[in-house]
Write a protein that binds this ligand. Sequence first.
Ligand code: DGT
Ligand code: CA
Ligand code: CA
Ligand code: ZN
Length: 592
Amino acid sequence: MPFSNQQLAAIFNDIADRLDIQGEIVFKVRAYRTAAENILNASRPAADLWREGALDQIPGIGKEIAAKVDELMRTGRLAFYERLRSEVPDGVVAMLRVPGVGPKRAKEFWDRLGITDVDQLEAAARAGKLRELPRMGEKAEQKILAGIESLKRRATGRMRLGDALPIAQRIVSRLKDVSGVQKVEWAGSLRRGKETIGDIDIIVATTDPTPVMQTFLAMPGIAEVLGAGETKSSVRLADGLQVDVRTVEPRVWGTALQYFTGSQLHNIKVREIAQKKGLTLNEYAVSRLGGTPHDAIGRTDVETFDNEPALYARLGMAYIPPELREDRGEIEKALELGPMRIVMPDLIDLKDMRGDLQMHTTWSDGASDVMDIARAAIALGYEYILITDHTHSLGVANGLTPERVKQQRKEIDQVNAQLKKEGHKFRVLQGAEVEVKSDGALDLPDDVLAQFDLVQASVHTSLTQSREKITARAIRAMQNPHVNILGHPSGRLINEREGADYDWEALFRAALEHNVALEINADPLRLDLNDVLARRAVELGCKLSISTDAHSPGMLNNMILGVMVARRAWVTPASVINTWPLAKLLKWAAKK
Ligand code: DGT
Ligand code: CA
Ligand code: CA
Ligand code: ZN
């Protein structure tokens, strides 16, 4: 039973963790850690040394640990380790990886609160239970929550779009003010609007790189400088996110931005097209292969481009918006259209949005009242909003009952009257986010649903039902004559939870048949439907809504995230019900 050095090291490190949690004396714990480290660094396989009876050649392996290696090699097992594993749950050991949690705390959470894994720890922190323990308090509790967040991010290595965007905005706005700077943009997956971001790539057009790098490296929140060059620097921020900043000469802005926007697959294809034309393409220029100094119309062998559309045109292609650059058919389309055109000129844009169709108020779990969120929506230039508080069967505070639906209608009527008096051309609509129960029934009766302007139905519970069951459940909900929108259809939470296992084709066909719009939920945690599913839905003829699910007025600003997903899904305004004028929206809802 030959164990590799890595396997042995992992076992001894795990033993050290478990002994540490049990409160074993420091020197003993350290002995296992030292052994693990030295085994890992040994120049020869421990298995060979064991066979030769020469384990003591590895420093730090005394009699006791050598006996354990021997037992493992001979029997494939280690009784001591098996006992330890039965004494300390794996999940308690896993808690040690949370920044801010050491062996003493892990043991305390386990002993006093019965917490045996990271998920339970997170729930306890959110419920404010940790702060009551000795030597803890609210601050330590917050730190642990932040630690769990960063741990999860490290697990996937990717940050959510909605978390990365404000960071990039801050950096860009700072670099814009530096002298000599002409243009600053984020490139990479962020510019393409991908739902998670590996790192942030920022491109700066400037005649003077030095002050740009100085300003960037002096920004607050940098944990580590990974590289600092004349025209390129990389840093790691305190939350683990990496940011790369590159400066380029303004005359090569077009090629540089195109190159660093990616995606890699898109760029590979673009370069192939260049090659077919006898050209090569890199981040600085388009050059003539073979190197004749001029072509027939006098172009020299190296051409630079200070803007992207001119670059795409040079390659015989229409301009491709960044969100489409995933090699999902956009290049073929751009070639077909030819230069001086644009692929999907009617791609949806934030300014197409006339309203927001999902938000919560103090009538359920939202933070503000109807008037406050209405005023915030007016400030964003919207013409209408749909208030969609939760209904009573979802366990959140204060879901709507039939009685409270009537009361809320009175308040919404008053808000509309007041806003009209003030001269606003704006309507607050009453809706609800109705619970789809586990069998597909809704938790308000039809005569109550009939009172709403529009009804959204959402699945929040039992997301792990079988494909057959959950698909039938959602379809049953959509068959209800009053349901207009299916909210956050998959139920996934980015980096946290998989969505339900629907038969999407069947779901989309049912949505089409029953005239139900599918939501692109713009909450940074959700972005649900995602780009691929939304594209398929629209292909089949389904309508979409793009809404923020705001629980406070500030969250209405998340609309841009939903619009980015829609752009990645090749969506035009015609497919999105909340780009429509109010009269058209209400007519559509009424004819269901
Ligand atoms: P990410 O950061 O993992 O979310 O994804 P991206 O797309 O931002 O990738 P990143 O940061 O590695 O590089 C940014 C862009 O730069 C990428 O989309 C295309 C371009 N790029 C970077 N390295 C290479 C490369 O080795 N080959 C090619 N063709 N393009 C590259
Ligand atoms: Ca990137
Ligand atoms: Ca990068
Ligand atoms: Zn919901």
